[in-house]
Design a protein around this ligand. Structure first.
Ligand code: SAM
Ligand code: GLN
Length: 296
């Protein structure tokens, strides 16, 4: 009399009810979005898979994700996954959830690396440093997508580094990335790199309280807090980069759109040339770029 096979539609109906009880305005949409993250699938996965019988272990994973979401966790933490430039990363409270804006930062560096290889085909491909790697989003994307000879990724957080290493291993980028624990560029030691890329913490300490609750209550403070003027880490990275960058090398930093001009001034003050500000996908000034002098 009972149909014991649980279809996805049935499981998601349970998820929808729990989310509705927890006060979600669009619980069905929320359940569908959690499911597509859980299976690293397209946004429509819940719909295309609706008639499928699901395994007890997938049913349990859906339930666990719904429980975390009902407790207010960001969707990507609840599902344990985030998609960045098409790469599926594991994420949890040890790392910032990678943002679409940062996909654009990677795009600028991929274009730069491709241009460099076109102009100097005989030269070895560039070596790049990703400072404050978090989930590994930037380092892994560059290792997989850009013509680079390698990436050095740093972070002070041991939890972030171990998750970044797990992500690099799962995505097949492990052997092209050197992960080093330490502050900003200090772990580079004797290395000379062709580009320094970073999405540093850039929220002012005073703005932290007014961030979205999902960000403020769950994402690591170490990933967000840029000090009294939001530019502390940016300044440190710009000051140190001159020491580790090859002549003509690129510095490419993400910044707060309210402070892009001030971040550009930091690069100019640190001696960089050809300093420019670029907009993100929302049309906001988001990236600051500069070059180390050829003979400086
Ligand atoms: N790169 C990742 C991304 O774009 O999604 C994470 C960026 S998050 C905004 C900043 C990262 O910098 C965090 O992972 C944090 O742990 C790290 N961080 C903070 N202070 C640092 C320091 N002094 N040296 C190295 N990394 C630091
Ligand atoms: N983009 C993040 C936010 O708006 C901030 C990340 C950072 O400080 N680099 O919450």
């Amino acid at each position: 009399v009972l149909d014991l096979a649980v279809t996805l539609a049935g499981a998601l109906d349970g998820a929808r009810r729990s989310l509705a009880e927890a006060g979600w305005a669009e619980p069905r949409l929320e359940a569908a979005e959690l499911y597509s993250l859980l299976v690293c699938g397209p946004a429509s996965a819940a719909w295309s898979d609706r008639e499928r019988a699901i395994s007890p272990s997938l049913a349990a994973r859906i339930e666990a994700a719904v429980r975390l979401r009902c407790a207010g966790q960001p969707r990507q933490y609840a599902a344990g996954r985030a998609c960045f430039r098409g790469h599926w990363l594991r994420v949890d409270g040890r790392v910032l959830i990678p943002r679409p804006e940062t996909e654009g930062l990677v795009e600028l560096v991929v274009e730069w690396a491709a241009g460099r290889c076109r102009e100097a085909p005989a030269a070895p491909p560039p070596l790049v440093a990703d400072i404050g790697t978090g989930s590994g989003a930037i380092a892994i994307s560059l290792a997989l997508e850009a013509p680079v000879s390698g990436v050095i990724a740093t972070d002070t957080s041991p939890g972030a580094l171990s998750l970044a290493i797990e992500n690099a291993t799962l995505l097949g980028a492990r052997e092209r990335i050197g992960f080093r624990r330490g502050s900003f560029l200090e772990p580079l030691l004797e290395d000379v790199v062709d580009a320094v890329v970073s999405n540093p913490p850039y929220i002012t300490s005073g703005e932290l309280d007014s961030l979205d609750r999902e960000v403020r209550d769950f994402e690591p403070l170490l990933a967000l807090d840029g000090g009294p003027d939001g530019l502390g880490p940016t300044r440190r990275i710009a000051e140190q980069a001159g020491r580790f960058l090859a002549p003509g090398g690129l510095i490419a930093l993400e910044t707060d759109s309210r402070r892009a001009g001030a971040a550009a001034a930091v690069l100019t003050h640190a001696g960089f040339e050809q300093v420019e500000v670029r907009d993100d996908l929302y049309g906001r000034p988001r990236y600051v770029l500069g070059r180390r002098a050829e003979n400086g």
